[in-house]
Design a protein around this ligand. Structure first.
Ligand SMILES: Nc1ncnc2c1ncn2[C@@H]1O[C@H](COP(=O)(O)OP(=O)(O)OP(=O)(O)O)[C@@H](O)[C@H]1O
Ligand SMILES: [Mg+2]
Length: 295
């Protein structure tokens, strides 16, 4: 175990040296440990997508330093192919990621580029599609242009998984999915992290999914990381939430309201079961011990 991604004072300006120059990253500091599941949150335009595009070398640091698995991304001799294999990035917009005519070919693109034997390519494509929630048999011969938004998102994910990356970076992975697909995908992401031991970094505007998936949260504003901590530390700290205008999961909002009415609840109990237990605890007469959730 060690640090897998290390970012120091990273700055990035789009269209530098033109009248349209726009500084998207203004000195980002962050590190991610191997095996972690990390969420990056922050308002629209705060620099989340720009930041994570540095993790697989899609953007190169203009100033500051990015190190991935010990490799410095500013190193002129950087093995970019190796890096892309190690860090799989699923874009915010799947249309930007699909370019082959057929689904199977699209998922096979990365493994073929790696020069793997055809049998292994096929095995990987099958595995990656099933992992992304797509039936291999039913979907491999479908044209990519004729897929629904959610299906495109799954194909893009499969294409990245087929590289069997060590680090999986997802830009708003559940945007546009129906509640069931969203839940299934969250379960799979958790599986990649816990069972496949992938380091996961995901961007999300959905605080419920951030609370249930992330070990640690980074909050971005105006191109910087303005707060970081466990979900309990972030959502349980009213000042941080108000200062950075971060929404909290509904469970936390309810606990804050109950606290505001004068009841002594733990507002950091953001998980559904613990929030329920907090509410039950104030319904009980003083001194009666709770037997945990579900009663
Ligand atoms: N290709 C580009 N050219 C110029 N400016 C850009 C470009 N891409 C992003 N920006 C600007 O950089 C800033 C950061 O954009 P970025 O896409 O990183 O934000 P974000 O946090 O991912 O937002 P969202 O939550 O809406 O996806 C924004 O102000 C955006 O307008
Ligand atoms: Mg974005």
């Amino acid at each position: 175990m060690g640090t897998v991604i290390e970012v120091e004072d990273l700055r990035y300006t789009y269209m530098e040296n033109t009248p349209l120059a726009h500084q998207a990253l203004a000195g980002v500091q962050l590190s991610v440990e191997e095996g972690e599941c990390v969420a990056i949150i922050g308002h629209t335009g705060s620099g989340k997508s720009t930041l994570i595009q540095h993790f697989n070398g899609l953007l190169r640091p203009q100033q500051g330093r990015v190190r991935v698995d010990g490799q410095d991304l500013s190193d002129p001799g950087l093995d970019l192919k190796g890096l892309r294999r190690k860090v799989g990035l699923v874009f915010q917009n799947p249309e930007d990621q699909l370019f082959e005519k057929w689904v199977g070919d699209d998922v096979a693109f990365g493994p073929l580029k790696m020069g793997l034997p055809l049998k292994e390519v096929r095995d990987r494509v099958r595995w990656a599609m099933e992992m992304a929630g797509l039936s291999f048999e039913a979907m491999k011969d479908r044209p990519t242009y004729a897929l629904s938004g959610g299906q495109k998102r799954k194909v893009a994910l499969a294409g990245v998984l087929a590289l069997r990356p060590k680090v999986l970076v997802l830009d708003e992975p559940t945007a546009g999915l129906d509640p069931r697909s969203r839940k299934e995908l969250l379960g799979r992401i958790e599986g990649f992290n816990r069972r496949e031991k992938m380091t996961v970094i995901f961007v999300s505007h959905n605080m419920e999914e951030v609370a249930c998936l992330a070990d640690r949260i980074f909050v971005m504003a105006a191109g910087q990381i303005v707060a970081q901590g466990t979900p309990r530390e972030i959502f349980g700290n009213r000042e941080v939430l108000l200062q950075h205008r971060i929404g909290a999961p509904e469970t936390v909002e309810i606990l804050y309201r109950i606290q505001g009415l004068g009841y002594p609840v733990d507002v950091g109990a953001y998980e559904l079961d613990s929030a329920a237990a907090e509410i039950v605890s104030i319904l009980r007469p003083q001194g009666v011990k709770s037997h945990g959730p579900g009663i």
